[in-house]
Design a protein around this ligand. Structure first.
Ligand SMILES: [Zn+2]
Length: 209
């Protein structure tokens, strides 16, 4: 590890349970998973869940979802950049540019591999192109800087499909793993696992989640 490497340790369990306790919301914890009543809507039946390991939360009822920074920003009505600072991340300037290198470090992948998956850096963050199985361009999704809200957006006029159909169209593949979003695909592909990603808006559109 390099001396100047920034590493922020976040006690997600402590943060979440404190916020839920303050709101007197019921929950139970099993291993790294907490399930309970959702803090974002008037929840009669527990429909909220958060995983302490990934920091990702999801409500099956009101469809609130995101990472720990988005949770904090929503709970405390503060901008995402402020939530990140509260979590201990260093302040990012407004003109901070999120690049392939940042994404590669975040996901422990190589920039070369990401380029092979046709990702690129741009003014808006990183660009993730979508193609159909015959490599016809359908549009692209932007993954913005961590302090940018929203974290993801679509290029205007994009058509969505499962992510990676162009990459996994080998008829000899016996099975395909369905994962959530593009980054899980990038990690799976790197480990030679055939995977297709379901982008969030596609999940909502098709009601398959
Ligand atoms: Zn909810």
């Amino acid at each position: 590890m390099e001396d100047d490497e920034e590493y922020v340790e976040i006690d997600i369990k402590k943060i979440i349970t404190k916020l839920l306790d303050d709101l007197k919301l019921e929950y139970h914890i099993k291993g790294e998973q907490l399930n309970g009543c959702c803090p974002f809507h008037d929840d009669k039946h527990p429909s909220f869940g958060i995983n302490f390991e990934t920091g990702l939360y999801n409500c099956f009822s009101c469809e609130a979802h995101g990472d720990i920074a988005s949770f904090l920003s929503k709970m405390e009505c503060i901008p995402r950049s402020e939530a990140l600072e509260k979590l201990g991340f260093p302040r990012m300037s407004a003109d901070y540019r999120y690049t392939l290198k940042d994404y590669a470090e975040e996901k422990n992948l190589s920039v070369e591999t990401l380029k092979h998956y046709r990702l690129s850096s741009s003014e808006q963050g990183i660009e993730i192109p979508y193609y159909d199985e015959s490599m016809r361009y359908l549009g692209r999704r932007f993954r913005h800087a961590p302090n940018h809200e929203p974290r993801f957006s679509w290029e205007k006029g994009s058509t969505t499909t499962l992510y990676g159909t162009w990459f996994c169209n080998n008829a000899s593949d016996k099975y395909v793993v369905l994962v959530e979003g593009e980054s899980d695909c990038h990690c799976a592909w790197t480990n030679e696992i055939v995977a297709l990603g379901v982008p969030r808006c596609y999940q909502l559109q098709k009601r398959i989640c």
